[in-house]
Structure formats: structure tokens, C-alpha cells
Design a protein around this ligand. Sequence first.
Ligand SMILES: [Zn+2]
Length: 143
Amino acid sequence: MIATFRVYLKRRAGRGVGDFFVVQFYRTKEQMRNAARIRVRADGLSAGSFAHTLGFCLWYTKLRRRKDRLVRQRECGTVYLCSVAGGAGVVAHEMTHAAYAWLCGRKGWRPRWKDKALDEDIAWTVGWLVTQYWREYWKRFAK
Ligand SMILES: [Zn+2]
């Protein structure tokens, strides 16, 4: 991993306030895929092959025991990205998964929660729109 940082779900959030995803940034696709694979296995989740994964968003609930009760932590997932495939479209795709999971899991959205097809459709559409935007932008304004 060459970098890690937080991205917050709400604009006014920041240190000590608000839910966030951890971003883990790797140099190569293989390093990123291995990290995601190890994490998924460690969490006891089943995931398909990571053979073609350019980015990965993992949603979870983190609890900490405080006295006699469990308290939910603000960290709600990890987004895995890498420098060789970290273009705007991939980032937008994975961040859309993060937003979708958070909106359904914490904000009470009830579209068809856990509908993987809907989640994936939205993420692909946002990723593709953002990719096109930056292509057109750089055609016009690149120096
Ligand atoms: Zn996806």
C-alpha cells in the first residue's frame, strides 16, 4: 500500500465527526487485488474472482465494546484502488458503491437493498459518465 486516507460521506464531516470510508491505494493491480482478497477472506465473506478487478469497495459495520454495550464505529468500509487503474471512471465507480451502501445501510434508503444488479448498474453508469466528462474536458483544455 502506498497511501491510505479517509473519505467522508458528509461535507461537514472531518476528524472525529461523521461516517467515512478508508481508501487504500496500491501501486499495482496485483497488490490491490491481493489485499482485497485477503480482507474478504478474513471477514468470512465470499466474493468472486478478483482477476479483472480495477477497484473494490467493501462495506461493513465496525463495532467496539464500550462498557456493557456495542457501539458502532464511524468507519463503514474500505475502498481499494491502485495507481495504474485509478482513473476518474474507476474512482467514480467505487465511490458510487460506497455512497449506495452508506445510503442504504445508514440512511434508510430502501431501493432494493442488496440488489447487486442495481448497485452495479448505478456504479457503471456514474463511472462511464465521469470517464466521458474527463475525456471531453482534456480534449478541450489539455495543454
Ligand atoms: Zn462495481
